[in-house]
Every structure is written in structure tokens, then in C-alpha cells.
Ligand binder design. Structure first.
Ligand code: G4F
Length: 337
């Protein structure tokens, strides 16, 4: 009999890649779709799996509906990926962030405990939980979240550990560093940069406006990270694992790489909010800083050490930063042709 998986957040980037991976492995894949999703299946469609999964209306804010669903489908594995994932937005809507990320995780864990106690649970934890802790960060690094999102994710991380320790549940935390792809949501910086570069290349936009150019992130490909999620859940014992590439790059470098992909070689001038990136050939300003895009508190540098995952899960990221940005820019360019 096929293994059955329930993915909350199946319509997001990670949910789509995970659904495709599980289908490849022969799983019966079910997903939770929120009542207000406009076209929830767009990413599943992009990966050609829309018709191969079973979608259910639901909401992590509705524990009764979640409990009914879990009772009915009796999943062997539950991947809790649903959240309010935009860090900047979490400052504007902190209660929504805590509701979706922390209370939502609690509802999943409690529904699993009561209605499918042998199901294995994956909790999507985040490197944002490390916050201002200096890099490199691993599973033993003390966590100092710097956003409502990071703090809410930390609560969910501890709830998963608590349910594991108190009730013997197979609940694991994947502490994932930034992971991107052409399916990335529009609020995130790599997508904005990739789209901006593609738009500049065809003259649909003249300049990319960004916030903190100095922020460093450890960016990998979401497809690689979905494989890591699955591997955690297959372990005999539950645990917590960092997934990261071990290489950090600045937002400035991401913009440089994306614009280079469309033939624009940047030179940087000025400092702070006056800094601009100019096209070396034409002198045109292609990157500017807008302080309105700064966050109330920034996480300056995330750089993960995934040694534990490499050792225990035999997991290794396959896609480099350069290849990732190139793939994203190429995908955006295809939208303009
Ligand atoms: O792409 P971002 O919005 O991702 P962020 O905040 O690192 O969060 C992402 O990764 C986390 C894992 O660490 C996830 F948990 C979370 O759900 C999400 O997937 O921003 C990356 C960096 C930040 O330092 C931000 O200040 O880019 C900086 N940045 C500079 N200009 C910008 C912009 N970010 C956005 N979104 N838009 C800008 O214009």
C-alpha cells in the first residue's frame, strides 16, 4: 500500500517541490489549500503534478477542520509547511504571523497526536530563528530571532520538540536556510531581483530598487531542500537538522549576478542609501537603495553548517548560488518572450 502524505502549504514553492518528489516515490499525496487561495494550483501545475495530488480545503487556523481531515485520511507523514513566510510582512501583521506559524504548528501537532498518533511530522523550521546569532549557525547555535516571524517559528520549533519528548511522537524540525527557485513568491528578494533583471533586459523597467544590500544569506535551491525534508522523516529517530549550502552571498552579489546574466556589468558607487549600481558600459543606474525597504530589525548574516544532515541524511545541495540565480533570471526572461 502506498505511503500517504499530507502537506500543509502544498501550494507554495516548497509544497510543490515536495509534492513532486513524493509522487515520484509513489506516495499518495494530499494537500491543504486555504479557503482564500486564488489559484492555489499554479506551482503544482508548473511542475506538472496538479492532477496527481488530492487537495482539501482547510486552514491551520481551523483546528476542527484539520482534525477531521487527519482523522479521515490517516496520513503516514505530515509535512507542516504552511506559514506566513514573508519576514517583512510579519512586522506589519505580527498576530497573523504568530497565528499561522506558531498556533498553526500547534494545531497540526495536536491533531496528529490525537487522531493519527503514529504519523511522522515534519515541522518547517527556519534559519530566521537564528536571527542575530553570529554565523556560521548549526543545530547547537543559540537562537536570537529578530522578527515576529522568527520568534513564531522558534515557538513552533519548540512545540515540535516538546511533542516529541512528551508524547514520543516522530516530529522533526528542518532548519532550512533560504531556498529559492523560479517558483519563489514575489515578495522575496531573489525573485524580485530575477524579475527586475529580466524586465530591465527588455526595457520594461529601468532600475531595481532594493533595501539592505549588505544582508548576507545562504541561498540554495528549493528542490534540493525538499529532498532533505523527506530524508529527515525517513530516519528511525526524529531529530532536528540544518539544511544549508555553507556559502553566504550578499544581496548586492545577487543583483550583480542577475544583471550579469542579462549582459549588464555593474559598478558600485556611493555608500549607504546613496549607493547605486551603474551599468559599466552605459553609465545608467540599474540598482538603487530605498530605505523604505529596510526592516525594523535586520538579520545581518545567515550562513549554515549542514554537517549533521550531510552525515546522517547523506544530504548535499546540488545547485550553486550562481546556477540558482541564472535559472531564476532565465525563467523570468522566458515570461517576456
Ligand atoms: O528574500 P528575503 O525576503 O528572505 P528572508 O527575510 O531571509 O526570509 C526567507 O528566508 C527565511 C530562511 O532564513 C525563511 F524562513 C523565510 O520564510 C523566507 O523564506 O530577504 C533576504 C534579505 C533580507 O536581509 C532583506 O532585508 O534581502 C534583504 N532585502 C534587500 N532588499 C530585501 C530587499 N528583501 C526583500 N524581500 N525585498 C527587497 O527589496
Amino acid at each position: 500500500m502506498a505511503q500517504r502524505a499530507l502537506i500543509t502549504g502544498i501550494t507554495g514553492q516548497d509544497g510543490a517541490y515536495l509534492a513532486a518528489l513524493l509522487l515520484d516515490k509513489g506516495y499518495d499525496v494530499h494537500g491543504l489549500v486555504r479557503w482564500d487561495a486564488v489559484d492555489g494550483a499554479v506551482r503544482l501545475r508548473a511542475l506538472g503534478v496538479e492532477d496527481k495530488v488530492t487537495l482539501h480545503w482547510g486552514d491551520l487556523a481551523d483546528p476542527l477542520a484539520l482534525a477531521q481531515l487527519i482523522t479521515r485520511i490517516q496520513p503516514n507523514e505530515i509535512y507542516n509547511l504552511a506559514a506566513l513566510t514573508d519576514v517583512a510582512v510579519s512586522f506589519a501583521t505580527p498576530a497573523a504571523a504568530v497565528g499561522a506559524c506558531a498556533l498553526g504548528a500547534l494545531h497540526v501537532l495536536e491533531a496528529a497526536r490525537l487522531h493519527a498518533p503514529s504519523a511522522r511530522v515534519y515541522q518547517a523550521s527556519s534559519s530566521e530563528m537564528f536571527g542575530t546569532a553570529p554565523p556560521p549557525q548549526d543545530e547547537d547555535t543559540p537562537m536570537h530571532p529578530a522578527s515576529p516571524y522568527g520568534a513564531a517559528k522558534l515557538a513552533a520549533y519548540w512545540l515540535a520538540r516538546t511533542y516529541r519528548d512528551a508524547y514520543g511522537m516522530h516530529a522533526s524540525n528542518g532548519i532550512l536556510f533560504n531556498h529559492e527557485s523560479p517558483l519563489r513568491g514575489e515578495g522575496f528578494v531573489t525573485k524580485k531581483i530575477a524579475r527586475g533583471a529580466a524586465a530591465i533586459a527588455v526595457g520594461a523597467q529601468t532600475c531595481l530598487t532594493l533595501g539592505n544590500l549588505d544582508a548576507q544569506r545562504d541561498w540554495g535551491h528549493a528542490r534540493d531542500y525538499a529532498a532533505g525534508m523527506w530524508a529527515m522523516v525517513q530516519q528511525d529517530a526524529p531529530g532536528d537538522y540544518v539544511l544549508a549550502t555553507g556559502k553566504a552571498h550578499t544581496v548586492r552579489e545577487a543583483a550583480e549576478r542577475a544583471l550579469a546574466r542579462v549582459g549588464i556589468d555593474l559598478i558600485w558607487e556611493g555608500r549607504g542609501v546613496e549607493e547605486v549600481g551603474r551599468c559599466r558600459a552605459s553609465g545608467a543606474v540599474r540598482v538603487r537603495v530605498d530605505p523604505a525597504l529596510f526592516r525594523p530589525k535586520e538579520v545581518p548574516a545567515l550562513l549554515g553548517n549542514a554537517a549533521k544532515a550531510r552525515r546522517a541524511l547523506c544530504w548535499a545541495p546540488q545547485v550553486t548560488f550562481a546556477a540558482l540565480i541564472d535559472e531564476m533570471v532565465d525563467a523570468e526572461r522566458a515570461c517576456f518572450t
